[in-house]
Design a protein around this ligand. Structure first.
Ligand code: ATP
Length: 223
Protein backbone atom coordinates (compact mmCIF):
# COMPACT_ATOMS: atom_id res chain seq x y z
CA UNK A 1 0.00 0.00 0.00
CA UNK A 2 1.11 3.57 -0.65
CA UNK A 3 2.36 5.83 2.10
CA UNK A 4 -0.15 8.54 2.99
CA UNK A 5 1.70 10.10 5.94
CA UNK A 6 5.38 9.94 6.80
CA UNK A 7 7.36 11.82 9.40
CA UNK A 8 11.14 11.86 9.38
CA UNK A 9 12.87 12.61 12.70
CA UNK A 10 10.32 15.20 13.82
CA UNK A 11 10.62 16.82 17.24
CA UNK A 12 8.78 19.60 19.04
CA UNK A 13 10.24 21.74 21.78
CA UNK A 14 8.84 24.63 23.80
CA UNK A 15 10.64 27.06 26.03
CA UNK A 16 8.86 26.76 29.38
CA UNK A 17 10.04 29.05 32.23
CA UNK A 18 13.20 29.80 30.27
CA UNK A 19 13.99 26.10 29.84
CA UNK A 20 13.76 24.19 26.57
CA UNK A 21 11.47 21.20 26.93
CA UNK A 22 11.16 18.56 24.22
CA UNK A 23 7.48 17.57 24.30
CA UNK A 24 7.85 15.37 21.21
CA UNK A 25 10.99 13.26 20.91
CA UNK A 26 12.37 12.09 17.53
CA UNK A 27 9.38 10.52 15.85
CA UNK A 28 9.35 8.44 12.69
CA UNK A 29 5.85 7.40 11.82
CA UNK A 30 4.52 5.95 8.60
CA UNK A 31 0.81 5.57 7.95
CA UNK A 32 -0.26 3.79 4.81
CA UNK A 33 -3.32 4.83 2.85
CA UNK A 34 -6.13 2.60 4.10
CA UNK A 35 -4.85 2.39 7.67
CA UNK A 36 -6.57 3.53 10.84
CA UNK A 37 -4.02 4.37 13.52
CA UNK A 38 -4.98 5.15 17.13
CA UNK A 39 -2.66 6.98 19.45
CA UNK A 40 -3.26 6.35 23.14
CA UNK A 41 -1.46 7.62 26.20
CA UNK A 42 -1.80 9.72 29.33
CA UNK A 43 -2.74 13.38 29.44
CA UNK A 44 0.17 15.65 28.55
CA UNK A 45 2.09 12.87 26.76
CA UNK A 46 2.23 14.79 23.46
CA UNK A 47 -0.62 13.23 21.47
CA UNK A 48 -2.24 16.49 20.38
CA UNK A 49 1.17 17.95 19.61
CA UNK A 50 1.86 15.08 17.21
CA UNK A 51 -1.58 15.25 15.59
CA UNK A 52 -1.34 18.99 15.05
CA UNK A 53 1.95 18.43 13.24
CA UNK A 54 0.58 15.51 11.19
CA UNK A 55 -2.33 17.71 10.08
CA UNK A 56 0.11 20.57 9.11
CA UNK A 57 -1.68 22.97 11.48
CA UNK A 58 1.45 23.11 13.62
CA UNK A 59 5.05 22.77 12.53
CA UNK A 60 7.72 20.60 14.12
CA UNK A 61 10.87 22.15 15.58
CA UNK A 62 12.89 19.78 13.42
CA UNK A 63 12.31 17.13 10.79
CA UNK A 64 10.17 16.54 7.74
CA UNK A 65 6.53 15.62 7.15
CA UNK A 66 5.24 14.08 3.93
CA UNK A 67 1.68 13.51 2.74
CA UNK A 68 1.10 11.24 -0.26
CA UNK A 69 4.83 11.46 -1.04
CA UNK A 70 4.76 15.27 -1.07
CA UNK A 71 6.80 17.28 1.46
CA UNK A 72 4.33 19.34 3.49
CA UNK A 73 6.90 20.47 6.06
CA UNK A 74 9.19 22.35 5.65
CA UNK A 75 6.87 24.53 3.55
CA UNK A 76 5.32 27.97 3.97
CA UNK A 77 2.13 28.42 5.97
CA UNK A 78 0.03 29.58 3.01
CA UNK A 79 1.02 26.54 0.99
CA UNK A 80 0.19 24.27 3.91
CA UNK A 81 -3.22 25.90 4.40
CA UNK A 82 -4.12 25.21 0.75
CA UNK A 83 -2.83 21.67 0.96
CA UNK A 84 -4.88 21.09 4.09
CA UNK A 85 -8.02 22.46 2.49
CA UNK A 86 -7.74 20.00 -0.39
CA UNK A 87 -6.22 16.90 1.19
CA UNK A 88 -6.63 16.84 4.97
CA UNK A 89 -9.71 16.59 7.16
CA UNK A 90 -9.04 17.80 10.69
CA UNK A 91 -11.11 17.40 13.85
CA UNK A 92 -9.54 19.34 16.69
CA UNK A 93 -9.93 18.55 20.37
CA UNK A 94 -11.85 21.79 20.89
CA UNK A 95 -14.58 22.06 18.29
CA UNK A 96 -14.50 25.25 16.31
CA UNK A 97 -17.84 25.48 14.54
CA UNK A 98 -18.94 28.87 13.25
CA UNK A 99 -21.57 29.84 15.86
CA UNK A 100 -23.63 32.00 13.48
CA UNK A 101 -24.02 29.20 10.92
CA UNK A 102 -26.28 26.16 11.14
CA UNK A 103 -24.89 22.62 11.09
CA UNK A 104 -25.68 22.44 7.37
CA UNK A 105 -24.06 25.82 6.69
CA UNK A 106 -20.93 24.86 8.63
CA UNK A 107 -20.49 21.82 6.39
CA UNK A 108 -21.40 23.78 3.25
CA UNK A 109 -18.79 26.42 4.09
CA UNK A 110 -16.00 23.82 3.96
CA UNK A 111 -17.31 22.65 0.59
CA UNK A 112 -17.52 26.20 -0.77
CA UNK A 113 -13.93 26.92 0.24
CA UNK A 114 -12.59 23.97 -1.73
CA UNK A 115 -15.01 23.72 -4.70
CA UNK A 116 -14.02 20.06 -5.09
CA UNK A 117 -17.69 19.06 -5.40
CA UNK A 118 -20.02 20.57 -7.98
CA UNK A 119 -23.32 19.85 -6.25
CA UNK A 120 -22.27 21.12 -2.85
CA UNK A 121 -25.78 21.35 -1.39
CA UNK A 122 -26.38 17.68 -2.05
CA UNK A 123 -22.96 16.72 -0.76
CA UNK A 124 -23.48 18.68 2.49
CA UNK A 125 -26.81 16.94 3.11
CA UNK A 126 -25.34 13.53 2.29
CA UNK A 127 -22.49 13.98 4.77
CA UNK A 128 -24.87 15.17 7.51
CA UNK A 129 -26.88 12.03 6.87
CA UNK A 130 -23.70 9.93 7.17
CA UNK A 131 -23.08 11.26 10.68
CA UNK A 132 -26.76 10.87 11.62
CA UNK A 133 -27.62 14.55 11.85
CA UNK A 134 -29.82 15.23 8.86
CA UNK A 135 -32.79 16.00 11.14
CA UNK A 136 -30.74 18.69 12.91
CA UNK A 137 -29.22 20.30 9.83
CA UNK A 138 -30.89 23.64 10.53
CA UNK A 139 -29.79 23.92 14.15
CA UNK A 140 -27.11 26.34 15.28
CA UNK A 141 -24.15 24.93 17.26
CA UNK A 142 -25.57 26.40 20.50
CA UNK A 143 -28.73 24.34 19.89
CA UNK A 144 -26.77 21.09 19.60
CA UNK A 145 -25.33 18.87 22.32
CA UNK A 146 -21.54 18.53 22.65
CA UNK A 147 -21.69 15.16 20.93
CA UNK A 148 -23.78 16.52 18.08
CA UNK A 149 -21.34 19.39 17.61
CA UNK A 150 -18.57 16.79 17.53
CA UNK A 151 -20.39 15.01 14.72
CA UNK A 152 -20.84 18.23 12.76
CA UNK A 153 -17.10 18.85 13.15
CA UNK A 154 -16.40 15.38 11.73
CA UNK A 155 -18.89 15.95 8.90
CA UNK A 156 -17.14 19.20 8.05
CA UNK A 157 -13.73 17.49 8.13
CA UNK A 158 -14.71 14.71 5.73
CA UNK A 159 -16.99 16.76 3.44
CA UNK A 160 -14.30 17.36 0.83
CA UNK A 161 -13.38 13.69 0.73
CA UNK A 162 -9.79 14.22 1.98
CA UNK A 163 -7.19 11.45 1.60
CA UNK A 164 -5.96 12.11 5.14
CA UNK A 165 -8.12 12.41 8.27
CA UNK A 166 -6.68 13.57 11.58
CA UNK A 167 -9.01 13.56 14.56
CA UNK A 168 -8.10 14.49 18.13
CA UNK A 169 -10.45 12.69 20.55
CA UNK A 170 -13.31 12.47 18.04
CA UNK A 171 -15.46 10.36 20.38
CA UNK A 172 -14.90 12.24 23.61
CA UNK A 173 -18.39 13.70 24.06
CA UNK A 174 -20.42 10.83 22.67
CA UNK A 175 -22.63 8.19 24.20
CA UNK A 176 -21.90 4.53 23.47
CA UNK A 177 -24.25 4.25 20.53
CA UNK A 178 -22.66 7.24 18.83
CA UNK A 179 -19.15 6.08 19.73
CA UNK A 180 -19.87 2.83 17.90
CA UNK A 181 -21.41 4.67 14.96
CA UNK A 182 -18.47 7.05 14.51
CA UNK A 183 -15.89 4.29 15.05
CA UNK A 184 -17.55 2.36 12.23
CA UNK A 185 -17.53 5.47 10.06
CA UNK A 186 -13.81 6.11 10.66
CA UNK A 187 -13.13 2.42 9.93
CA UNK A 188 -15.13 2.69 6.68
CA UNK A 189 -13.18 5.79 5.63
CA UNK A 190 -9.93 3.86 6.14
CA UNK A 191 -11.33 0.92 4.19
CA UNK A 192 -12.05 3.33 1.34
CA UNK A 193 -8.31 4.05 1.22
CA UNK A 194 -7.90 7.05 3.48
CA UNK A 195 -5.25 7.36 6.16
CA UNK A 196 -6.97 8.00 9.48
CA UNK A 197 -5.03 8.97 12.60
CA UNK A 198 -6.85 9.56 15.86
CA UNK A 199 -6.12 10.04 19.53
CA UNK A 200 -8.59 8.27 21.72
CA UNK A 201 -9.33 6.78 25.08
CA UNK A 202 -12.31 4.84 23.79
CA UNK A 203 -12.33 1.06 23.35
CA UNK A 204 -14.78 1.23 20.46
CA UNK A 205 -12.22 3.05 18.31
CA UNK A 206 -9.14 1.21 19.55
CA UNK A 207 -10.81 -2.09 18.66
CA UNK A 208 -11.31 -1.20 14.99
CA UNK A 209 -7.81 0.27 14.55
CA UNK A 210 -5.12 -1.41 12.45
CA UNK A 211 -2.36 -0.09 14.67
CA UNK A 212 -2.45 1.22 18.23
CA UNK A 213 0.54 3.36 19.17
CA UNK A 214 1.33 4.50 22.67
CA UNK A 215 2.62 7.97 23.47
CA UNK A 216 4.52 8.36 26.73
CA UNK A 217 6.40 11.52 27.74
CA UNK A 218 6.83 12.56 24.12
CA UNK A 219 7.94 9.15 22.91
CA UNK A 220 5.81 7.27 20.40
CA UNK A 221 5.86 3.50 20.42
CA UNK A 222 4.09 1.62 17.66
CA UNK A 223 4.04 -2.19 17.50
N1 ATP B 1 2.06 26.05 23.35
C1 ATP B 1 2.66 25.35 24.30
N2 ATP B 1 3.61 25.90 25.06
C2 ATP B 1 4.25 25.19 26.02
N3 ATP B 1 3.98 23.90 26.29
C3 ATP B 1 3.05 23.30 25.57
C4 ATP B 1 2.32 23.98 24.55
N4 ATP B 1 1.45 23.11 23.99
C5 ATP B 1 1.60 21.95 24.66
N5 ATP B 1 2.55 22.05 25.60
C6 ATP B 1 3.01 20.97 26.52
O1 ATP B 1 3.34 19.86 25.73
C7 ATP B 1 3.01 18.66 26.41
C8 ATP B 1 2.16 17.78 25.50
O2 ATP B 1 0.88 18.36 25.32
P1 ATP B 1 -0.25 17.70 24.42
O3 ATP B 1 -1.40 18.63 24.39
O4 ATP B 1 0.34 17.29 23.14
O5 ATP B 1 -0.61 16.39 25.29
P2 ATP B 1 -1.76 15.31 25.08
O6 ATP B 1 -1.11 13.98 25.16
O7 ATP B 1 -2.52 15.62 23.85
O8 ATP B 1 -2.68 15.55 26.36
P3 ATP B 1 -4.30 15.42 26.53
O9 ATP B 1 -4.63 13.96 26.45
O10 ATP B 1 -4.52 15.98 27.90
O11 ATP B 1 -4.92 16.25 25.46
C9 ATP B 1 2.32 19.06 27.69
O12 ATP B 1 3.24 18.96 28.74
C10 ATP B 1 1.92 20.50 27.46
O13 ATP B 1 1.92 21.21 28.65
Amino acid sequence: MASCIRTVNITKSYVINGKKVKVLKETNLEVECGQLVSIVGPSGAGKSTLLNILSTIDSPSKGRVEHLGVTVYPRGEDWRAKWRRDHVGVVLQFIFLVPTLTAYENVLLALELSKKFKDRVRRALKILETVGLIDKADRYPSELSGGEQQRVALARAIANDPEIIIADEPLSNLDRQNRIMLSKLLRKLADEGKAVVVTTHEDELVRVSDIVCEMKRGELNCP
